[in-house]
Design a protein around this ligand. Structure first.
Ligand SMILES: Nc1ncnc2c1ncn2[C@@H]1O[C@H](COP(=O)(O)OP(=O)(O)OP(=O)(O)O)[C@@H](O)[C@H]1O
Ligand SMILES: [Mg+2]
Length: 215
């Protein structure tokens, strides 16, 4: 399965989610490759430090991402692609290559304005390809009993893009693209639980959508 993390808006938690998801998938016994589509590959470096057995690569151009994916899919169960906060080749590549796009998003009007054209592009793409790639919105930087997030959820519904029930809370331990999946203190465990919940939701939802897609 190829999972891409995307949103042309910067600083919405894409890399944090991508890194932690890749590590969790590895710790669950999967073979995982991580592709950092941001030039300089800062997040590939982080993955290398946390878990050298996750293959990490930096590929910023569409053809390179594509050929890397074709190569790595032979030997891996999951390929996680982290894209930078801008519109470009990488995002188009995701639409062509990924099985699932996770659009992480903060719950503010400004964030909605910036993400909307991207969401609409994906919807238009899906309309031509019988729903492929699947895509799901994930709210990030939320708070406990977050009223804004709740009303935002309602406001987003007309866009017709599935929204994960799981929200990724704003927690200090997630700062600096920190990996919390192997953390030992209580905050780490709380943040890791959000990411585990998201992952099980992704798995359930993508199975359901695939079954529906298969008729
Ligand atoms: N849930 C969270 N709680 C607290 N801090 C977070 C959370 N998610 C991410 N952060 C922090 O916020 C900053 C931006 O997150 P991140 O780098 O994951 O976003 P991004 O969408 O990948 O950004 P860019 O578009 O610049 O690549 C980082 O310092 C990260 O550690
Ligand atoms: Mg990033």
């Amino acid at each position: 399965m190829i999972i891409g993390f995307a949103n042309p808006k910067g600083g919405v938690g894409k890399s944090t989610l991508a890194i932690n998801t890749a590590i969790e998938l590895f710790d669950l016994g999967n073979r995982v490759a991580f592709i950092d589509a941001e030039s300089g590959g800062p997040n590939a470096e982080i993955i290398k430090r946390i878990e050298p057995k996750v293959g990490s690569f930096v590929e910023t151009r569409l053809e390179q991402i594509d050929s890397r994916v074709q190569k790595e899919r032979v030997t891996n169960d999951y390929i996680v692609i982290d894209t930078p906060g801008k519109l470009g080749d990488e995002i188009t590549a995701l639409c062509l290559i990924a099985d699932l796009i996770i659009i992480s998003m903060k719950t503010s009007e400004k964030d909605l304005r910036q993400a909307k054209p991207f969401i609409q592009t994906i919807k238009a793409f899906q309309a031509k390809t019988k729903g492929s790639p699947q895509a799901m919105l994930v709210f990030t930087f939320t708070r406990k009993n977050d009223v804004t997030a709740r009303s935002f959820r309602k406001q987003m519904q007309p866009l017709g893009m599935p929204i994960a029930k799981t929200e990724i809370r704003c927690l200090d331990c997630l700062r600096d693209n920190h990996c919390v999946m192997r953390g030992i203190d209580e905050d780490d465990r709380g943040a890791a639980q959000d990411i585990r919940n998201l992952l099980s939701e992704i798995k359930t939802r993508s199975t359901t959508l695939k079954e529906i897609g298969n008729g």
